[in-house]
Each structure stands twice: as C-alpha cells, then as structure tokens.
Ligand binder design. Structure first.
Ligand code: ZN
Length: 290
C-alpha cells in the first residue's frame, strides 16, 4: 500500500508538473530477487515494485548493470551481484534520471569506482544532485560497449517517458532493457512525464521504432513489472495506438478532457490501470496532442 500511495502521488504530481520523484518509498521490507536469463545475464527486481528493474551482465570482464534503484538498496544490490559473480562492477547505464532508476549512482560509484553512462539530458537533470550521481559518459544518439562477449548498446529514444530515455540491447544474449517506456504484464498505463520532456505520442512512436529491432525470442526487461517478451511489447503498442487514437478523435471533435475521461476507454482496457490510472493516461495523451 505504501508503494501504491507513493506511485499514485508521483503520477498525480507529474500532471501538476511538480517533480516528486525525489521522494523515497519505505524500503525497510524490500528484498532483491534475482532471475537468471542465461549468457551471464540476470534481472534484479525489488520486491513490491518500489524501484525499477535492473539488468546485469556478469562475466570475465566484470559486471555491467542497467539502472540501480534507490541508494537505500545499494547494499542489497551489491549482495545480489556478489551472489552471481566475484567480478568488479565496471559500468552502470541509466535508462533515465528518475530516482527509482538512478539514485544508487553515487553510493555504487563510491564503493566500486564504476563508470556511469546515460543520455546527455540525464546528466543535466541530475546536475542538482551531488557530483557522484552524474554520468561521466553521455550520448544523445547511442553507443556500444563490448563487454563479457556481448555488444551492449545504449540506444537513445528521448521524448516519450522523459527527455533522456535510453533502451539497452544485449547481443547476442537477446536481452533488452526498456526503461520506463514499458510497464509489463499490463500492470499500468505508461507515464509520460511531461514536465521532464515526456510525451504520450512519442512513447508510441518510439515503441514502433524499436519493435523491428527486437528479436522474436528476446527476453524483455520492463522498467517495472515481470520479465516480458516481444509479444508484451506488441500488446503495449496496440494499447497505445488505440488509446491515443481514441483521445485524439474526441479532442479534434471538440470534446473536453473531462468529457473524454467520463466516457472512458472500452472495458477491455480496464486492467491496464495501475499507478497510472485511465484518467491520468487520458490526460497525458490530451496534453501531448498538438
Ligand atoms: Zn521513470
């Protein structure tokens, strides 16, 4: 319940263009669950979905992770990494600047000396925090790290969830980390964080852009929610296309936001409501439309 209140508050505040992502939920009962993905790769999840999922590549070159949750979970994350590898943490890729994905930066860097990689705009958005949080390698397009026998590509797709979204591909492992463009298993409508350069229509554009790049047998790590696959992304794409078209048609015909929310999406979309409700998602689309 703590989590639900936290994320509902975050979503509501987002609509008011107030950033409350600096708030930290209660982490006292949280544990880190490790799922092996093969090829030296793992997914780390915080119980209760209090923080973003982590991708791990462990092998002869050391350890690379994608996202690092809250600083309060750093010790548990390091314990989980030691369970799978004695190697050194060398690289941290941030999928975007939100605290539930990047707040562990400084504590992990101070303990391991790891290098943080992120979008140019993530460094800007983290600039109000102490320097240990700042990415030292940044890109506005993309870059690849050749590590543990994998080509690990941080691919910039800004403008959907935030202005600094990055998706990470691991080849040949066939693993993809989607960041917060994706809440898997219909656990929630997505968040377009408008105050941080997000846009609901761009979430759809970016999902359509990257779908052809996702192998048929890919293991897809969502920003939040269980391990997913390409079919999960197709399901997301279909929902985005329908709901955006639904709101766009009605806005063009002169309906107010309140009228569109009162009508609501068809019942088959009810299960997508999570920390982003149908009303909140409708408002994000409405505000994102030109
Ligand atoms: Zn986020």
């Amino acid at each position: 319940m703590t989590l639900l209140r936290f994320r509902v508050a975050a979503a509501a505040a987002c609509l008011l263009t107030v950033n409350v992502f600096a708030q930290v939920p209660d982490l006292s009962d949280v544990t880190i669950v490790t799922t092996p993905l093969g090829d030296g790769m793992y997914m780390l999840e915080a119980t209760g979905d209090v923080a973003g999922n982590i991708a791990v590549s462990a092998g002869e070159d050391g350890i690379l992770i994608v996202d690092d949750q809250f600083a309060g979970l750093t010790d548990q994350i390091l314990d989980a990494l030691r369970e799978v590898s004695s190697g050194q943490l060398r690289y941290i890729i941030n999928t975007h600047h939100h605290d539930d994905h990047s707040d562990g930066n400084a504590s992990l860097v101070s303990q391991t000396g790891a290098t943080i990689i992120a979008h140019d705009n993530a460094r800007q958005r983290l600039s109000s925090k102490p320097a240990g949080h700042w990415p030292t390698i940044t890109t506005s397009a993309g870059l690849s790290i050749h590590f543990n026998g994998q080509k690990i590509t941080a691919f910039a797709v800004p403008g959907g969830h935030t202005d600094n979204d990055i998706i990470v591909f691991f080849e040949p492992a066939g693993v993809v980390h989607m960041g917060d463009l994706f809440n898997s298993a219909r656990t929630s409508f997505p968040l377009a964080h408008l105050a941080a350069g997000g846009n609901a229509l761009r979430i759809l554009d970016n999902i359509e852009r990257i779908l052809p790049m996702i192998p048929w047998d890919a293991q897809v790590i969502a920003g939040h929610g269980p391990l997913s696959d390409r079919a999960g992304l197709v399901d997301l794409r279909d929902m985005l296309a329908f709901t955006i078209d639904f709101v766009e048609r009605r806005k063009k015909s002169g309906r107010s936001l309140g009228e569109i929310q009162a009508e609501g999406f068809p019942a088959e979309y009810d299960e997508w409501a999570g920390y982003i409700t149908a009303d909140a998602w409708t408002e994000m689309i409405y505000a994102s439309l030109p």
